[in-house]
Ligand binder design. Structure first.
Ligand code: KIV
Length: 273
């Protein structure tokens, strides 16, 4: 069995992730939003658990990540941290909590850290939010950057298409990536950009670059857990590999339960007091 149950049980730290990049060991990262899933994901040996603001879509059924609140992210963060022994837990700062000013950003960041006991925070953007990034890091909180497709800016883009395809966008992304590294970020997520651009960023930076839809030549990979387990239906971007079909497994199990209840087969004499 993989994971802390039989393998390396040492807690993953931001420093260990940088060491992993240095020795060429790929970093595995998945989202989780609740205690039970986090326990399974951590026990299976994942390096980083992201309490993503994709909880807005996956947990709450919103169309975008914009509506999720600070209190809701804190609720999810607390639940995940309780389930984790080994992985580094990173909580997304939700839309509107770090864009207005560096002061508001650090105030909200401290609140998330104090209440959830997470290890680090992630936020989207480069130059536009660099003052917030610096202030949060100066307060002692590790920050993971996020460039490329940034779902909190969906209303600006108007589409979830691949980013960084034009020379102008690619150059800005490279500049932003260096700026985030220079500001002290411990890692960077690159979402849905050409593989060649992601590889270049990964080669130029000393901090780990973790891709989602950014090809294999980066330092690690992240997916949304409900997508890779096949719980979500009808979301099939090219970058997604489904490792299970839990939608079918769960539907069949629940249909069988309904049938057993209707038929009076559940509970039987061994399932009662
Ligand atoms: O919120 C999220 O799940 C994310 C990942 C897609 C990286 O930011």
């Amino acid at each position: 069995m993989a994971g802390y149950l039989s393998g390396d049980a040492r807690k993953v730290t931001t420093h260990r992730l940088v060491e992993m990049k240095q020795r060429g060991e790929k970093i595995s990262m998945l989202t989780s939003y609740d205690y039970t899933t986090a326990q399974i994901v951590d026990g299976a040996g994942i390096d980083v658990i992201l309490v993503g603001d994709s909880a807005s879509n996956v947990m709450a059924g919103n169309v975008t990540t914009l509506p999720i609140t600070l209190d809701q992210m804190i609720y999810h963060g607390k639940a995940v941290v309780r389930g984790v022994k080994r992985a580094l837990v990173v909580v997304d700062m939700p839309f509107g909590t770090y864009q207005t000013s560096a002061y508001e950003a650090v105030t909200n960041a401290i609140q998330i850290m104090k209440i959830t006991h997470a290890d680090a925070l992630k936020l989207e953007g480069g130059e536009e939010v660099i003052d917030s990034v610096k202030k949060i890091i100066a307060s002692g909180i590790p920050v993971m950057g996020h460039l490329g497709l940034m779902p909190q800016s969906i209303n600006k883009y108007g589409t979830y298409a691949v980013r960084g395809k034009s020379d102008e966008e690619a150059e800005k992304l490279l500049r932003d990536a260096h700026m985030l590294e220079d500001a002290g970020c411990f890692a960077l997520v690159l979402e849905k950009i050409p593989a060649a651009l992601a590889e270049r960023v990964s080669k130029e930076l000393t901090i780990p670059v973790i891709g989602i839809g950014a090809g294999g030549n980066v330092d690690g990979q992240v997916l949304v857990v409900a997508d890779m387990l096949g719980m979500t239906n009808g979301f099939s971007p090219r970058f997604l590999r489904r490792y299970a079909d839990l939608h079918t497994v769960m539907t069949n199990a629940i249909s069988q339960y309904v049938e057993d209840v209707k038929q009076g087969d559940f509970p039987n004499e061994n399932e009662q007091y």
